[in-house]
Design a protein around this ligand. Structure first.
Ligand SMILES: N[C@@H](CCC(=O)N[C@@H](CS)C(=O)NCC(=O)O)C(=O)O
Length: 218
């Protein structure tokens, strides 16, 4: 698969919520890309070749010719600047700030606690699932309050914006992987249901990826 006029490569892992954010953006913007699987379960993120792309050893990484960008937020902003179709940010400044806020709550105050490297670190001290659920639920409680007066069909209104790119994979993973009881978070659960009807989001979800194991859709 080749992108128009360039050869975008996305280093990704099927279950990575951070990679999923970028996959959704690429789908929304209609950008084709080459999917390069990095098997986090096998430790491929620590291979010397991959560390040349991202010394932190995390996916996603986007390679666009000579340009190498890691970190989903930076990648999304790069894509937004280069491919303005289907804007990821609203023009209204307050709504735009809300999108940044949601994105950063997920990427700084929820996802890092459930990262593989962290789950391995806490193992033996506390049950990693309990640890992850605690932090996810704390973040979800804040998101419910924050979005209460702003959500429409989607997180910040009736259009899909950046906030949704962070919320959709975070909620999906909370349900499937960490067995969070979403009845505590009715707004997020409603958004999850709305996302399930959007092909651009569903095609980016873990079980639809080329490196997903066959059992992942169950
Ligand atoms: N802030 C970074 C975080 C990247 C990150 O944590 N990626 C995870 C997958 S979602 C990863 O590669 N983890 C590998 C590990 O923990 O060893 C981003 O948004 O891209």
């Amino acid at each position: 698969m080749e992108a128009e006029g360039s050869q975008l490569k996305l280093y990704s892992y099927w279950r990575s919520s951070c990679s999923c954010r970028v996959r959704i953006a690429l789908n929304l913007k209609g950008i084709k890309y080459e999917y390069v699987a990095v098997n986090l379960a096998k430790g491929e993120q620590s291979n010397s070749e991959f560390l040349k792309l991202n010394p932190l050893g995390f996916v996603p990484v986007l390679v666009d010719g000579e340009v190498v960008v890691s970190d989903s937020f930076a990648i999304l902003m790069y894509l937004e600047d280069k491919y303005p179709q289907h804007p990821l940010l609203p023009s209204d400044l307050a709504k735009r700030a809300l999108n940044y806020q949601v994105a950063n709550i997920v990427s700084s105050s929820i996802q890092p606690f459930q990262n593989l490297v962290v789950l391995k670190f806490v193992e033996g001290k506390i049950d990693p699932q309990t640890w992850a659920r605690h932090h996810i639920e704390r973040g979800f409680a804040a998101l419910e309050k924050l979005l209460k007066d702003h959500a429409g069909k989607y997180a910040t209104g009736d259009e899909v914006f950046m906030a949704d790119l962070f919320v959709a994979p975070q909620v999906d993973g909370a349900i499937r992987r960490f067995k969070v009881d979403m009845t505590q978070f009715p707004l997020l659960l409603r958004l999850h249901e709305a996302y399930s009807e959007l092909p651009s989001i569903q095609d980016a979800m873990p079980e639809s990826q080329p490196d997903a194991p066959p059992s992942s859709s169950s």
